[in-house]
Design a protein around this ligand. Structure first.
Ligand SMILES: Cc1cc2nc3c(=O)[nH]c(=O)nc-3n(C[C@H](O)[C@H](O)[C@H](O)COP(=O)(O)O)c2cc1C
Length: 142
């Protein structure tokens, strides 16, 4: 079996995406990720992305190299990159979680694994992410 990796990055959104644009990104990524054996979740709050990708190491690296160059975002910062024992998001090739709390995913039948959103590391990352966004919002207030 190929070794599983996860890669978590955050980035700055260059232009706020509409619901339709987000849905298109989700649908295109969902199909491509399914073919490639990638799962994960993308957190979006209008200003920043936080993306957790998991799958075979080489595939994750190849996808990230492409995502990094995407002109919809900038200042891409890798927060974690390494081997994992098992997937946390095996149900989702691509789900988008918006700050409003609404989850954009394919169908409704597939819930996250019980551990996925309760996972301590992920909770810390999300808290850290929110903190970063909040302090950036304060800093950039005109
Ligand atoms: C924040 C963000 C996350 C993305 N996530 C994925 C993804 O998980 N899978 C994917 O195939 N494309 C994703 N994309 C789109 C890729 O950057 C790229 O547009 C897409 O893979 C098509 O690449 P290509 O035109 O070189 O074939 C993402 C783009 C952004 C801005």
């Amino acid at each position: 079996m190929k070794r599983l990796h996860h890669l978590i990055y955050q980035s700055r959104v260059l232009r706020a995406l509409s619901a339709t644009e987000l849905e298109r990104l989700r649908d295109q990524s969902q199909q491509a990720n399914q073919r490639a054996g990638i799962t994960g979740i993308l957190w979006y709050d209008g200003q920043r992305f936080l993306h957790i990708l998991e799958g075979p190491g080489a595939v994750v690296r190849e996808l990230f190299a492409r995502i990094r160059l995407d002109c919809r975002h900038a200042d891409v910062q890798v927060l974690a990159n390494g081997p994992i024992a098992q997937r946390q998001f095996q149900c989702w090739e691509m789900a988008i979680l918006r700050r409003s709390g609404r989850l954009l995913k394919q169908g409704d039948s597939c819930e996250p694994t019980p551990d996925a959103l309760a996972d301590h590391t992920l909770q810390l990352l999300l808290q850290d992410f929110q903190h970063t966004v909040l302090s950036a919002a304060v800093r950039y207030r005109p």
